[in-house]
Design a binder for this molecule. Structure first.
Ligand code: APR
Length: 281
């Protein structure tokens, strides 16, 4: 845990030095006590920056929904550890075996239907109502919407929306369908097979979503929460925000490729850290 301590703002560097001195002096002193004071200091720092910010952007990944019971993709029991993405989440996979793909998406829909927003979603929903706040998500579970998040940018679509696989003119615009279970639905307009309106590997994101997310990187504070920061273009947004001079922070249970790029990285759960920051606002 401590080895991961790496922050490049003056205050935190000083904090870092003093803690290491503590550890040197007290040897087996209770590391967790120091760890929590590090986390406290960072929570205060992020809260301070959010208080001062006019433009706040939050980007989320599967880790934000983990506490609601939605499996992540690459975590311990992540979906991609049990299933092969190339068999289930690509246009080729759907062309090859639409029944298998639909069975998997229907299983995920049934699972998500039983999940409720958690404290992390609730805090983000409250912040989204603040002027100048943008919320970008990679999640397709729509739990941010269920929590009341406004102006949500859904980069990877929604598991609750369908589109016409045959791309008939009207069916190209996704429509909502909350029915569970769902067995190989058809396009109501042309009768061809419908597909989940999510962005599959190898597919382009909607231009308007990418444009909205990119312009949201011109902000004062950019918070990346619960994402492994390896899937692009989403993983590039924090670096874009840094280029715009934003104060950047990451909240994740573990270190990610973004951890060394942000101003402050907190290793902790979103459902604990976000409410802790919110209490200081
Ligand atoms: N709080 C904070 N972070 C958490 C929590 C939690 N409670 N639980 C897990 N995490 C972290 C994990 O440590 C991991 O780094 O969330 C991250 C989840 O990473 P992924 O499973 O890779 O999910 P994500 O980054 O959203 O995936 C991006 O990849 O599979 C595609 O399209 C899919 O949108 C998805 C994209």
């Amino acid at each position: 845990m401590i080895d991961d301590v790496r922050i490049d703002c003056a205050m935190c560097a000083m904090l870092n030095r003093s803690i290491n001195r503590f550890i040197e002096i007290d040897g087996a002193m209770d590391i967790s006590m120091h760890t929590s004071s590090i986390i406290d200091a960072r929570i205060q720092l992020i809260a301070e920056r959010i208080r001062e910010a006019t433009r706040l952007t939050i980007m989320t990944g599967a880790g934000v929904s983990a506490a609601s019971g939605v499996p992540t993709f690459r975590g311990q029991d992540g979906l991609w550890r049990q299933y092969r993405a190339e068999d289930l989440a690509t246009p080729d996979a759907f062309a090859r075996n639409p029944r298998l793909v639909w069975e998997w998406y229907d299983w995920r829909r049934q699972l998500i239907a039983g999940c409720r927003p958690n404290a992390a979603h609730d805090v983000i929903a409250r912040w989204s109502k603040r002027h100048g706040t943008a919320v970008i998500t990679q999640n397709v579970d729509d739990l941010h919407l269920a929590a009341g998040t406004q102006g949500l940018i859904r980069l990877h679509g929604s598991i609750w929306e369908l589109a016409c696989w045959g791309r008939c003119p009207q069916g190209a615009t996704p429509w909502r369908d909350d029915r569970v279970p769902l067995d190989q639905p058809r396009c109501p307009l042309c009768g061809q097979l419908a597909r989940p309106a999510v962005v599959w590997f190898g597919e382009s994101l909607r231009r308007e979503d990418v444009e909205a997310a990119t312009s949201a990187t011109a902000c004062d504070v950019f918070l990346t929460v619960g994402t492994s920061a390896i899937v692009y273009p989403a993983a590039g947004l924090v670096h874009e925000a840094r280029r715009h001079g934003a104060f950047t922070a990451e909240i994740n249970l573990e270190a990610t490729p973004a951890s060394s790029a942000v101003d402050v990285a907190i290793q902790g759960s979103a459902e604990e850290i976000l409410p802790a920051i919110h209490r200081l606002l």
